[in-house]
Write a protein that binds this ligand. Structure first.
Ligand code: SAM
Length: 236
């Protein structure tokens, strides 16, 4: 777990052997489940550490993360970025949302087994859940990695964020083009792009970016539109 330890130190996240053991066990369980259910294309343990664990942690330096107590991870898949953050920050509460029920069932089993008690895995589509008063504008921070283009993703994510909170989108390539295309969607949904943080994980040469979008006014009631519409017909 050398890469993970390097990243934890680099980001000044406190760790001990028991945290590292939880990460190790999490990876083992997900890779075992991955033989039955397709959860991740990353099968090599070191690549898993770099691409899933280390990469997930790069939001921690921003006040949008530091000041957040309630966080939702939209399209969490096998629990990224939500689970690594939940292991490191047990005082924050994470809802892990994915539309595929099987994935959520596995997340429930694995996180329960490992005693990660500050996560709540929920199955459903973001477009439906964001209309539920129990979730709408109810989170300090919404995170999402590798789910959709930025305009679509903004319609999934910004409705969950309380006014004053943040939506943080993890993006690798094409970040500039996406940013331009999504500008009017972000504004319409009550957001404002505040900052793009670029980083590299260890010796990989790919630039990773986190787009920090501040929610400065309420999302109009008509958003998100019906499930499927934001991806078929993104706001322009
Ligand atoms: N975020 C994880 C990661 O970075 O490894 C998983 C990324 S995976 C490529 C995209 C995930 O988003 C899938 O698990 C999919 O089921 C979920 N997803 C796609 N559209 C969704 C929606 N409208 N609502 C909830 N989940 C969605």
């Amino acid at each position: 777990m050398d890469q993970l330890k390097t990243t934890l130190d680099q980001l000044s996240i406190p760790w001990d052997d028991s945290k590292i053991a939880t990460f190790e066990q999490y990876r083992k369980s997900i890779l075992e489940w991955n033989e039955k259910v397709n959860l991740t294309a990353v099968k090599d343990p070191e690549e898993f550490e770099r691409k899933h664990f280390a990469d997930s942690l790069f939001v921690v330096g921003h006040p949008g993360f530091q000041n957040a107590s309630t966080i939702i991870d939209v399209g969490t898949g096998a629990g990224f970025p939500g689970v690594p953050l939940a292991i490191c920050f047990p005082e924050k509460k994470f809802v892990l949302l994915d539309s595929v029920q099987k994935k959520i069932r596995i997340l429930q089993l694995v996180t329960e087994e490992l005693g990660i008690s500050n996560v709540k895995p929920i199955s459903g589509r973001a477009e439906d859940l964001a209309r539920d008063p129990a979730h709408r504008e109810n989170y300090d921070l919404c995170l999402s990695r590798a789910v959709a283009n930025l305009a679509t993703l903004s319609e999934y994510c910004l409705p969950f964020v309380a006014v004053g909170g943040y939506f943080a989108a993890y993006k690798t390539e094409s970040v500039n083009a996406e940013q331009d295309e999504a500008g009017s969607a972000i504004r319409r949904l009550g957001g404002r792009l505040e900052e793009v943080i670029t980083y590299v994980v260890d010796d990989t040469i790919i630039n990773h970016n986190i787009l920090w979008i501040n929610k400065w006014k309420a999302t109009p009631k008509e958003y998100p539109r019906k499930a499927g519409t934001p991806s078929r017909d993104p706001i322009r």
